[in-house]
Design a protein around this ligand. Structure first.
Ligand code: HAM
Length: 427
């Protein structure tokens, strides 16, 4: 007996009902990005492993444990765990910094991380993200957060919380690491074993721990804001002033750190729909990475970006679901009516009416049951009599009314009724 083939753990199919919600979120995202002057890019799903190791950092969970890496013909390759490294690689490779001073890119696509799957956390997941190159901010930083707040409101995320912090430059992080290690070392035995190991390699990651033992130790720990340089402090203060001017809500979260090592200065996260998403309620993560373009071999160009998990946005979005992929359902009754129905369906589509033709030759009852099931608004019923008289029985499936319409009037009548429906629905 053959065994049933199943999708890889943590990698999900998206069937049409879910895709409708995904498409709505992605369309709202593309609209929001274009309003702010961003242009779409697509970069490969597979990149050299060394790109992610260099960009994201060796001592991160993503690089240490979560990458899908393989060797193909002596080339070490990885399925991209995120979009920023590839975008920066492409930005440098195509000489973009030489041809434009400011670049705004956005992207939507699948990412791969071998994490423990749970609600809102998958091994293949979609990110909708954006990067701005060439602008030191902090106005760019504030605009990015503001556009995200608006976008989330647009797609009906009710309780979005914006957390902001600043990590300063690499010197500030070195200073902070020393201060933090000084504070944690005498308390090391109270930390979780995982954080005890992190203490040597990457102490800032301890701030991100969800372990209650770590949280207790961290309660009195110094924050990075205390060791920022004057310039970094001024940048952070201006960022917050700009957010205030825009009326964008935020909270300063001085212990906020993120799982990727490339961030400098501005850092932010947007959480929401916690009741539905639990611990995985971070919808958007982003920040400034002013050193990465130069670190990867390009000129010294500052950058800031974010990425949102599309599946999480879909779970969080409470916008009413618009049912009905089809406006008209053409129902031919009997063999002799099929060609009349074929032409009618084609004419409706040519006029922009979303139409499904059911050519199975079923009973009227079965056809109407299916029309209702797929959410069609009208059924155009065609029997032998209708063909002879060159008419159609047009049934309004919501109002449950029916009328006889001349064949040459059907397209115009349906379009008018559909337009009336839209006006009624929006009033
Ligand atoms: P990140 O925080 O690793 O940042 O991911 C951003 C968002 O992707 C998360 O907030 C979450 O919504 C979603 N996400 C991450 N991992 C998973 C997963 N396993 N399953 C489902 N959703 C997930 C980045 O990736 C950066 N590249 C963002 C960025 C762009 N920073 C600057 N530019």
């Amino acid at each position: 007996m053959s065994t049933l083939l199943r999708a890889v753990k943590g990698m999900n199919d998206m069937l049409p009902d879910e895709m409708r919600r995904v498409q709505r979120v992605e369309a709202a995202f593309a609209r929001a990005m274009q309003l702010y002057g961003f242009r779409e890019v697509r970069t490969p799903l597979v990149e050299p492993t060394s790109l992610f190791v260099r960009a994201i950092g060796e001592a991160t969970d993503v690089v240490e444990k979560e990458m899908y890496s393989f060797v193909h013909h002596d080339e070490a390759l990885t399925l991209r765990p995120e979009g920023t490294a590839g975008a920066v690689r492409a930005y440098i490779e195509h000489g973009v910094p030489q041809s434009e001073p400011v670049t705004r890119w956005y992207y939507v696509g699948p990412m791969f991380r071998a994490e423990r799957p749970q609600r809102g956390r998958y091994r293949q997941f979609w990110q909708a993200g954006a990067e701005v190159f060439g602008d030191r901010g902090p106005a760019a930083d504030a605009e990015m957060v503001d556009l995200l707040v608006r976008f989330l409101r647009d797609i009906g995320v009710p309780d979005a919380r914006v957390l902001v912090n600043s990590l300063g430059d690499s010197a500030a992080r070195q200073r902070y690491k020393a201060v933090l290690v000084d504070y944690l070392l005498p308390r090391a035995e109270k930390l979780s074993p995982y954080s005890q190991r992190r203490l040597e390699q990457n102490p800032l990651r301890i701030l991100d721990s969800k372990d209650p033992r770590d949280a207790e130790v961290l309660e009195g720990a110094p924050t990075i804001l205390e060791v920022l340089s004057g310039e970094d402090t001024a940048h952070f203060a201006a960022f917050r002033r700009h957010l205030d001017a825009l009326g964008a809500p935020y909270e300063v979260a001085p212990r906020l750190v993120r799982g990727l090592d490339y961030y400098t200065r501005t850092l932010f996260e947007i959480k929401g729909a916690t009741a539905k998403l639990g611990a995985g309620d971070t919808l958007v993560g982003g920040g400034r990475y002013d050193a990465m373009v130069a670190d990867l071999g390009g000129p010294s160009v500052p950058a800031i970006g974010f990425a949102a998990g599309v599946e999480r946005l879909v779970i969080a979005s409470e916008a009413a679901d618009v049912a009905g992929a089809v406006d008209a359902f053409v129902a031919p009754l009997g063999d002799a009516t099929l060609e009349y129905a074929l032409v009618l369906a084609r004419d409706l589509r040519a006029a922009g009416v979303k139409t499904e033709l059911d050519g199975r030759q079923s009973t009227l009852k079965a056809l109407l049951r299916r029309a209702t099931a797929i959410g069609a608004r009208f059924a155009a019923i065609v029997g032998d009599d209708e063909v002879t008289k060159r008419v159609v029985q047009l049934k309004d499936l919501d109002a449950r009314s029916q009328e006889t319409v001349a064949r040459e009037e059907v397209v115009a009548t349906l379009r008018r009724k559909l337009a009336e429906r839209v006006v009624e629905g929006s009033s």
